[in-house]
Design a protein around this ligand. Structure first.
Ligand SMILES: Cc1cc2nc3c(=O)[nH]c(=O)nc-3n(C[C@H](O)[C@H](O)[C@H](O)COP(=O)(O)OP(=O)(O)OC[C@H]3O[C@@H](n4cnc5c(N)ncnc54)[C@H](O)[C@@H]3O)c2cc1C
Length: 475
């Protein structure tokens, strides 16, 4: 029963095969019409509405192996769902097989070895909660229900990047099920090519069922700065922030986040509905020292309010969760790695923030340097680490009628600021819907693309795993 992706065999034949698979699984196999099918295909971005021919909700490695073998036998392409946060909706596909790992979220921490073993469907909230029991953490995303898998495999940019690097820099090993249905381990000691490719190459190489991360002493109390300036404060505080960080990129993970003050009692009423920016910064060392060090970021003019303070690391990791609820908003995000942050670009970012069509839209400037920049260009598939900043344009809105205005605005801003990018590179987790296809992926990887394509050809020659920032298998 072979058929091309996107078409179906006759319904009875497919139903029989799916029923047989269902009998072997510890988890679930769901088809359209089954209870739970619609909930399982829902992802974070409310714009995404795709219907897989089959969804396997795996409960263990054996389920994943059976699902991959089923997909191969029936020529079904596979999408992989970790946390379901991918804005392009890559976790879910039309007509293929979706492997959903959200029932596989176990975390095991070894505090002596300072290692965490994490199942492929876990979220950053899961990992932070368990590792912080021991006062440990690994660099992770800024929102607690983002999946560790999708975030890590494309690089992974979090608050701890300054001192401990990107998520991939802390990935010690990974276990994955490849397109031939085999369980493979990748680390510095085994399958080194795959280990290199997984650190930046996204979900192209198989279903990662287990991640092993290095942990570091973090908190539990840390210093987090979050003064909020009205947009009318102009560029001064942002220029100060840029210059202030020049000798602190090894200790401070920071971003300037442009947003709109919500109608909430947490904010003074006179500012409701006004555009603003937050200078957010985490000091990755002693909290008292961090409080003294970060104080100047809070002293650059009149504030709307100030959420700064010493707090639990897990609180920081959940601080922005309410701005980013699962499945509620329509979203389109795009980014540039920047070659520099000139005054002219800061002015442009301010003007863009003022003009965003939606009050839910965010845009942000992120610092790099420190431990992130210390990794050699050829050490991971992410490639060169010399980008000093990132600009991310994160459009968020509610109504389908506003899709065109918001997507159009995001693309306009992205094109307009492209001249400031570092050789056209961008973060593939903030890459729109990948409309530019292979060209975008090639630009993003630059010199590493050819090596990635060769490794892809070895592990997934038929491109079973294609719902991602796709690396085409080399001929
Ligand atoms: C609210 C929000 C906040 C974010 N914050 C950050 C941030 O702070 N830092 C940052 O770097 N990024 C951030 N991102 C971007 C995020 O990293 C990507 O959206 C990422 O794809 C999410 O991973 P996921 O597992 O939740 O995604 P999913 O949608 O489940 O998966 C996305 C893709 O990742 C791959 N994948 C997922 N699981 C596996 C697996 N187990 N094995 C192999 N491949 C897999 C697949 O290709 C899949 O299509 C954020 C996104 C959102 C929506």
């Amino acid at each position: 029963m072979n058929f091309e992706p996107g078409t179906r065999p006759d319904a009875d034949t497919f139903a029989t095969a799916a029923e047989t698979l269902r009998g072997t699984l510890r988890g679930e196999a769901l088809r359209e019409g089954d209870d739970g099918y619609d909930a399982a295909r829902a992802v974070w971005n409310a714009m995404i509405d795709r219907r897989p021919a089959l969804i396997v909700r795996a409960r263990g490695v054996a389920d994943v192996i059976d699902a991959v073998n089923f997909a191969r036998a029936h020529a079904l392409p596979v999408s992989i769902r970790g946390g379901g946060h991918n804005v392009a909706g890559h976790a879910v596909c039309d007509g293929g097989l979706m492997i959903d790992l959200s029932l596989m979220r176990a975390v095991h921490v070894d505090p002596v070895a300072r290692r965490a073993r994490v199942e492929g469907g876990a979220t950053w909230g899961d990992l932070d909660r368990e590792s912080q029991v021991h006062g440990l953490a690994t660099p992770g995303g800024l929102i607690s229900d983002t999946g560790i898998a999708g975030l890590t495999l494309a690089g992974g940019i979090g608050w701890l990047r300054s001192r401990h690097g990107l998520c991939i820099d802390n990935l010690v090993s990974a276990d994955l099920v490849t397109a031939d249905g085999k369980l493979v381990s990748a680390s510095a000691g085994s399958n080194q090519d795959l280990y290199w490719a997984l650190r930046g190459g996204g979900g192209n190489f198989g279903v990662v069922v287990g991640f092993e991360f290095a942990l570091h002493a973090v908190g539990p109390t840390v210093m987090f700065a979050a003064p909020i300036y009205p947009l009318s404060a102009g560029p001064g505080p942002i220029r100060f922030w840029r210059d202030f960080l020049a000798d602190k990129n090894g200790d401070v993970g920071s971003l300037v986040e442009f947003s709109t003050i919500p109608e909430s009692e947490d904010f003074p009423e006179e500012y409701w509905g006004q555009r603003c920016y937050t200078i957010a910064a985490l000091y990755a060392g002693d909290a008292g020292e961090g409080e003294r060090l970060l104080q100047p970021l809070r002293d650059q003019g009149d504030l709307v309010t100030d959420f700064s303070g010493q707090m639990q690391y897990c609180e920081v990791q959940q601080m922005f969760d309410t701005m980013m609820p699962f499945g509620q908003y329509r979203c389109y995000w795009k980014s540039h790695y920047l070659a520099g942050l000139s005054d002219a670009l800061i002015d442009l970012c301010l003007a863009n923030a003022a003009e965003a069509p939606s009050d839910n839209t965010l845009s942000s400037l992120w610092n790099f340097g420190g431990a992130t920049a210390a990794v050699a260009a050829d050490a991971t598939a992410l490639g060169d680490r010399s980008m000093p900043w990132m600009y991310s344009i994160d459009s968020v809105w509610s109504e389908a009628a506003d899709d065109e205005a918001n997507i159009g605005w995001t693309r306009k801003v992205w094109e307009q600021t492209r001249q400031y990018s570092q050789e056209g590179r961008l973060y593939l987790n903030f890459a729109g819907f990948g409309e530019e296809g292979e060209a975008l992926v090639k630009d993003a990887y630059g010199k590493t693309y050819a090596r990635l394509a060769a490794i892809k050809a070895g592990y997934d020659p038929g491109n079973m795993f294609r719902f991602n920032q796709n690396i085409r298998p080399a001929a």
